[in-house]
Each structure stands twice: as structure tokens, then as C-alpha cells.
Design a protein around this ligand. Structure first.
Ligand code: SF4
Ligand code: SF4
Length: 123
């Protein structure tokens, strides 16, 4: 999802490109089309493009939202006793199985209890 968004009012005048102090805006004219480009790593979020746009086409508010974006979602392995999330199934396949083929999905607390339960009791 792009942080820099323009609405349907944009007519490609390029005022924003020409007045961006950080060179964070650019464009490509290819075949019969003009594409406006924005580079988030260069953008200083100064709002100059938003102020200068004669069409009020730049929806600057998206640049100011400090939101978290979903990157990837995967299945979780949970502690088989209490249900506490432990690690992803992908992590289990790659790492945990290499370390301990008999590793049970247990949180630290229940792993400790499981190990302790296997110790011989002295009376
Ligand atoms: S200044 Fe506004 S109308 Fe012109 S290209 Fe930029 S966003 Fe589009
Ligand atoms: S907010 Fe400022 S730095 Fe970012 S694209 Fe607009 S004019 Fe350029």
C-alpha cells in the first residue's frame, strides 16, 4: 500500500514534482501514459506537494499516519498445555526440528514442569 496517494482530481500537471524539495516525486511518460512516482525513503513529509497542488489531489494525511502495515501472516504453534503462542509453523520446520526432533510445543513454564516431572523423585 502506498503512503503517498492522489485522488481522481490529479491532472498530471507535475507541480508537485517540480516543487518537492527532497526530489521524492518523479514521473514516467511511457507510451501514451504519465505515471506519478513517489519515493518514501526520500520524502521528508514536509507537505509542500500538498500545499502546492492546484487540484487538491494529494491526500497528504496518509503520509502522517504512523500505522503498522501487515507484512506477512502465518500459522502459529501454541503451547499444548496453556495455549501461549510459541513460534510459527515455518520456524518450527526450519529451526526447531533441526535442534530437537522430539521437541514438544510447550511454553517455558510448561517445558520446565514437563522436564521436572521426568526427574526421579527421592523419598
Ligand atoms: S500537483 Fe497535484 S495535480 Fe499536479 S501532478 Fe501533482 S498531484 Fe497531480
Ligand atoms: S511531502 Fe515534501 S518531501 Fe514528501 S513528496 Fe511532498 S513535497 Fe516532497
Amino acid at each position: 500500500m502506498a503512503y503517498f496517494r492522489v485522488n481522481e482530481n490529479c491532472n498530471g500537471c507535475l507541480s508537485c514534482v517540480e516543487n518537492c524539495p527532497a526530489s521524492a516525486l518523479s514521473y514516467i511518460d511511457q507510451d501514451d501514459q504519465r505515471t506519478l512516482l513517489h519515493n518514501m525513503t526520500k520524502c521528508a513529509r514536509c507537505g509542500q506537494c500538498w500545499r502546492i497542488c492546484p487540484q487538491e489531489a494529494i491526500e497528504f494525511q496518509h503520509l502522517l499516519v504512523g500505522q503498522w502495515d501487515d507484512v506477512v501472516t502465518m500459522d502459529l504453534i501454541r503451547c499444548q498445555v496453556c495455549g501461549e503462542p510459541l513460534y510459527s509453523t515455518a520456524y518450527q520446520q526450519k529451526v526447531v526440528n533441526e535442534m530437537d526432533a522430539n521437541s514438544e510445543p510447550l511454553c517455558p513454564q510448561h517445558r520446565q514442569r514437563r522436564v521436572a516431572s521426568k526427574w526421579p523423585h527421592k523419598y
